[in-house]
Design a protein around this ligand. Structure first.
Ligand code: 16G
Length: 243
């Protein structure tokens, strides 16, 4: 019975916590992202605990984001999360800083009259022309985020004719525009069928939705919404005393 021989003095007291710790050690030492863990049945047999206990321990690890259940298939070790600091940075830079190769698939790009919410965010008049860019962002080929951004035509003439990889790089190199500040909000969302398909996650999987207005000095240059995979991101922020 592997649970009967504690290898350290601080062994959790409940069977559920013991099985959780054991599985988590197994994940750290022997398994990699994408590997399946043994079936419940075989864990029950190997560990000599009840199926309920195994199920609870697995649920705890799913809740912690270490495992994910794929319906009808099994339970898998999740990939590492990108710890996103709430700094003003671009997707491309954030990924490169982590040794991941950023990628972009332009899903749609065109010019349009700014709808009211976009005009409002950018501080321009409704109907002013904006470029709308919809992109799928990848890291080492894995879909990470779906981004939809609006950019004032007045500030970025000819933007549509460019290769829309890193927008912030284009803004800097081709327009001399550097993002200097932003207002961002983060809220929870769930994948609809479109996001599920684009991001390769199950329908209703949790997403982190981020809305942001980005400024270059006094001018708003971007109104963007990003849908980040909830299983690949953690938003990290430094907190300081208020007032
Ligand atoms: C980030 C921004 C997005 C911006 C993009 C530029 C958030 C939530 N979103 O993903 O608004 O358009 O970076 O990255 O931070 P790029 O230079 O790689 O296109």
């Amino acid at each position: 019975d592997p649970l009967a021989e504690p290898d350290s003095a601080v062994r959790p007291s409940t069977k559920r916590a013991q099985v959780k710790l054991m599985l988590s050690e197994l994940i750290d030492s022997k398994l990699r992202a994408g590997d399946a863990i043994d079936s419940e049945r075989s864990l029950v047999r190997r560990l000599g605990v009840s199926r309920v206990t195994v199920r609870q321990a697995i649920s705890d690890l799913v809740a912690d984001g270490r495992l994910e259940r794929v319906h009808g298939k099994g339970t898998y070790v999740t990939g590492p999360r990108v710890d996103s600091r709430l700094h003003l940075t671009s997707f491309s830079r954030e990924m490169r800083a982590r040794g991941l190769e950023p990628g972009t698939r332009v899903l749609d790009a065109g010019e349009m009259d700014a709808p009211p919410h976009v005009a409002n965010g950018l501080g321009i008049a409704t109907g002013d022309r904006v470029v709308r860019v919809e992109r799928l962002r990848t890291a080492d080929g894995t879909p990470m985020a779906h981004e939809l951004g609006y950019y004032p035509c007045l500030q970025f003439p000819g933007l549509l004719g460019k290769e829309l990889g890193s927008l912030y790089d284009i803004f800097a190199s081709d327009y001399g525009v550097i993002a200097t500040s932003g207002e961002q909000s983060v809220f929870a969302g769930a994948a609809d069928s479109n996001h599920a398909r684009l991001l390769g996650v199950p329908k209703r999987a949790p997403l982190l939705v981020q809305e942001r207005v980005t400024w270059a000095g006094e001018r708003a240059i971007e109104y963007a919404t990003s849908w980040y995979r909830g299983d690949r991101y953690r938003i990290h922020m430094a907190v300081t005393p208020h007032g």
